[in-house]
Design a protein around this ligand. Sequence first.
Ligand SMILES: Nc1nc2c(ncn2[C@@H]2O[C@H](COP(=O)(O)OP(=O)(O)OP(=O)(O)O)[C@@H](O)[C@H]2O)c(=O)[nH]1
Ligand SMILES: [Mg+2]
Length: 253
Amino acid sequence: MFLLDWFYGVLASLGLWQKEAKILFLGLDNAGKTTLLHMLKDERLVQHQPTQHPTSEELSIGKIKFKAFDLGGHQIARRVWKDYYAKGALTVISRFSCQKDVIRIAVLLPLIVRCVVMSHESGMRQLYFLVAVISSPACHWFVIDLVVDAVVYLVDANDKERFAESKKELDALLSDESLATVPFLILGNKIDIPYAASEDELRYHLGLNNFTTGKGKVNLVDSNVRPLEVFMCSIVRKMGYGDGFKWMSQYIK
Ligand SMILES: Nc1nc2c(ncn2[C@@H]2O[C@H](COP(=O)(O)OP(=O)(O)OP(=O)(O)O)[C@@H](O)[C@H]2O)c(=O)[nH]1
Ligand SMILES: [Mg+2]
């Protein structure tokens, strides 16, 4: 009971109680994604090796579900980010999940042919997923689970030399059609370090001055505007990210 109360308390304090949120943790290597995930999971500060392979953490008690995908931030790992939010083929697969196998294959076959014809890398990635889905029901459910509710994008606010690199990756995510309506929480991490950038500085360097949608309760339902805000935080000091998650939770359906 103690565990349940504690867990409820953590999620409620982050505004995620009774929500089924699937959240991607993205950002350059060394930004603090894994540290944050484990802080959310068991409030412990753990020193991690750089993440080599995508991992996910799912916690579920009663109606509470919270699933976070921690995708590594180093250059090779960034190549798979898209696999976790791309729509298109993956969405089609999920639509036909409940049908009989024969219908599924009839629908998927033309897609497979299309993937083979597409010679570039993304065609091969889609092909890989299609084959995995057909051959394994488990894989299939894994793919369905990848519809994203929100992106938490972490930036090391102390690593000013990499702001441009971080902006480049962020811009690519923000301009991706698949994420057009997905809320973005930008966390400027490591403000416990004295020379870390200020919030204004970070906004400026990430080119977000005209794109943030406001802290607090801002109704964007009819506006066609994607929720996006910057919050500064220190994960090691357990400060700042709670406000960010509360802000984000109002936009998770
Ligand atoms: N000073 C300070 N260091 C932090 C903070 N959060 C994380 N770190 C440190 O930053 C380093 C990288 O953290 P990780 O969580 O491994 O970073 P990551 O984003 O998962 O990196 P990749 O797995 O390589 O993509 C670790 O040494 C952490 O201890 C913070 O709030 N303040
Ligand atoms: Mg990591």
